[in-house]
Design a protein around this ligand. Structure first.
Ligand code: ZN
Length: 430
């Protein structure tokens, strides 16, 4: 396939260039100012359009998709730990295999509509653990999006469930070792719900499969406080002790890490994933992303995987925090997610150049003001939105055209999702 005449965007450092792209299979094979079509080759006219590399959601929980509009508990949670206990841990316990499938479908549909072609998911379903990652894989596969999946291991449900979670990660990592559309990480909930023996087992699993852990770190203040009370040491100390602090680790949030701990995390090369909408919605505080360094990415933590929307929240939250005289390059977080995906799959994402994954977004954005590399961030934040996307490609195939996912019947999927959500809410209340 030949994409002709588009303006190719590199998100960070920002760059724009008009060029043709040739795609063969799941890879970009050529880029030049002018490529002659080969006989029989499909040609897509992209003149006047922006082409962005496919976006990556570096931390989310797709099972949250069926919680939209769910009634609040009778007594509103007063803190993040109460929110976990009264809402999220009830929701994940109520998930059935069908609910997992449809929540992943809805999550994947929302992702591709917003130009997100890779989702790093952190899954929990304590009453449906074995095979749960395969259910998500199947749903994402139908929609056509890529996934980096992990099961959220925890000690909060007892030994049997803990071991089932470890086994599910192990099974999925083995099954996807050389997969081109799905890879795994070792999922783990958060330090305060993980005993020493469990962290040791997670460390063994990560070393065996040569992948990182994907874990919530210092999301709310109490993760650190409860860790210190129970284990007499800090979160980062514990990760380090069990060999989990390395350049493969994906640490979500980091809101309450100390400067010293952030320095240890960044020098270890671990990924820090910022989730501004979730942080604000849960009132956990401001994440000091200006200290996160280069290995920082953007996640949605259960909100729809619309990275351009999340970018705007990151921008405004950071602007409010830093004041007018300092600026943080939030678009770098999008590039960070693409670098994270590159490492997970062992193929370049995030650059529209030969040899890179053919994951891209065609955007019918007509700038009403001059658009240059220098002001790209301003256009991304104020103008380029999911509604302007005309084509979303993952692994060399169109998965969404003009807001319509091409591989599924959205009305039917959402209809079944609504039925399942109603049942799920009754189970959560019950
Ligand atoms: Zn999360």
């Amino acid at each position: 396939m030949l994409l002709r005449g588009g303006t190719l965007v590199h998100l960070h450092p920002p760059a724009l260039a008009r060029a043709d792209l040739r795609i063969e299979g799941d890879t970009i094979v050529a880029r030049a100012a002018r490529l002659a079509p080969k006989p029989g080759e499909a040609v897509e006219d992209c003149r006047g359009r922006l082409i962005l590399p496919g976006l990556v959601c570096a931390h989310t929980h797709m099972y949250s998709a069926l919680s939209r509009g769910m009634p609040s508990p009778a007594t509103a949670p007063a803190s993040f730990p109460e929110m976990l206990a009264r809402v999220w841990w009830k929701l994940d316990q109520a998930l059935t295999e069908e609910a997992i499938y449809y929540s992943a479908m809805v999550g994947a549909v929302e992702a591709v509509r917003a130009g997100t072609t890779t989702i790093v998911d952190h899954h929990a379903s304590p009453n449906a653990i074995p095979g749960s990652l395969d259910i998500i894989r199947e749903a994402l596969g139908v929609v056509g999006v890529r996934g980096v999946l992990g099961y959220e291991v925890t000690d909060r449900g007892g030994i049997r469930r803990r071991d089932a979670g470890l086994a599910e990660n192990d099974r999925f990592l083995t099954a996807t070792r050389t997969d081109t559309q799905f890879r795994g990480l070792v999922g783990a909930h958060a330090s305060f719900t993980l005993r020493e023996s469990c962290l040791a087992a997670l460390g063994d699993l990560a070393r065996y499969h040569r992948v990182g852990v994907h874990i919530h770190v210092a999301e709310a203040k109490d993760d650190d406080a409860r860790t210190r009370r129970a284990y007499g040491t800090g979160i980062v100390d514990r990760l380090e002790r069990h060999g989990l602090l390395n350049d493969r680790a994906v640490l979500a949030h980091g809101v309450h890490l100390t400067k010293r701990d952030i320095a240890r995390v960044t020098s270890a090369g671990a990924w820090l994933v910022h989730n501004p909408r979730s942080n604000m919605n849960n009132a956990v505080g401001h994440a000091p992303i200006e200290t996160f360094g280069e290995r920082a990415a953007l996640g949605t933590d259960g909100w729809p995987a619309d990275m351009l929307a999340e970018l705007r929240f990151a921008h405004f939250r950071e602007r409010e925090h830093l004041g007018l005289r300092r600026a943080y390059p939030t678009a770098a977080l999008l590039q960070g997610g693409q670098a994270l995906a590159s490492e997970a799959f062992g193929v370049p994402f995030g650059s529209l150049s030969p040899g890179s994954a053919a994951d891209l977004v065609v955007c019918d954005y007509v700038p009403p003001t001059p658009l240059t590399a220098a002001n790209l961030a301003g256009h991304l934040i104020a103008g380029v939105q999911a509604q302007t996307l005309t084509g979303v490609m993952a692994a060399g195939r169109w998965v969404c055209r003009n807001g319509v996912p091409v591989n599924i019947d959205v009305v039917a999927v959402y209809g079944r999702a609504r039925q399942l959500a109603a049942t799920l809410w009754r189970r959560v209340r019950g």
